[in-house]
Write a new protein. Sequence first.
Length: 438
Amino acid sequence: MKKKVMIWTGIVVLAVLLLGTAAFVFKDRLFLAGASEELDEPVMVQPAAMQELGESILVTGQIIPSDEQKVFHEAENGEVKEFFVEENQAVEADTPLFSYDDSVVNSEYNKAVRSRDLTKKRLAIANDELTAARKLRTDMKKNPDVTKEELNAASKEIVQLELDIEGIKDEVSSAQQTIDELAIQKEKLTVKSKIAGTVVKVNKNVEPSENGSTEPAVHIISSGPFKVIGTMSEFDTVKVKSGQAVVIRPKVFKDQTWDGTIESVSQFPEGDQGGMDEYGGGGNVTMYPFTVAIAGDTKDLRQGFHVSLEINVSDLEQSEQLAIPHMALDMDEEGNEFVYVINADNLLEKRPVVLGEMNDEFAGVAEGLEPGDLVVTNPYVIMMKNLEPGQEVPDFVNMDEGMEEPEMMDETETEAEPADGGDAPEETEPEADVSEEA
């Protein structure tokens, strides 16, 4: 009895194993059948074309004027007496902007001028006296009746007059120095523009702000070309150098770009990011300020516009090269790069290529292709379809032209239309649902 149970148990186990194997094989065949249907992908091609290659990085920035002047109210100069400019007014360099109350300085200046003029008159009188004393002594020397003591007294008088004149000359110089200093002070009381540009702000009621500083009384931006400022990460700074080419794309203009060059990248971090307490902060990235000079006409730009910047950081000049998408590249067993090409006769070719510069999307081709060659962009399909070089590839899709389905539409329309002179196909009622009948 026990022996029969063991035999029946073995038979059941064997049956289960056979059923499982059959189910697995059947499932695998179903999967392969479905996969073959899903992988019925057409051969995709794209013409080899010229592309601008070279490594680039993307950063953002903001438009600012190439120069600006902010004039602040200096309390030591007194109260502002008069403004000479208005907002939106164009000014040249040395244009008077505003003046302080100069009544006190003018009074001191006039006083110093009067003092100098009086001293000069004293100097003129002393010079006349010296001239007369010298003439008198000369006449005394010709007179035999004049004693030696009288001549000595005349000589001492001349020496004293000469000393007095030197003192008066010092007084004149001192008075003139005072006048010059007051003239400079007077000049400072009339504040002038240092640059040519446009007045964007005139604040006639300057008041200290919360942090103790004051707003500018007059703010001027230059009439020269704008430039861009921004910050970039520490990872980008090691790639960027002065003079590198930049493509500037303002966010307010969808289809306009400006050319520029890197003007400078600061050696010091923005704000306090370079502090020792930031080290070891766990993933912190330090940002560094940079400036970009904009070439060409910038009249359509405005201060404050936000822009995207594409900086060419390649060692080579940004240049056009024949290029293909990276996905078109394949490699043989020996590690040589090649691509599949469909020629003018729709025949498949296998072309070895020599690569050049690359970017994230395209690979430059130095040898092996010509502009316009139709390069297969999904080379794995070639293997799936068991295609060999030299075979015709009648059905392929040009990615630049899009997929065409005119034949499928024609077939559909042909099936739907009745034959010439014939009747329309009879409508048939749908079959009853088997499950419902059941």
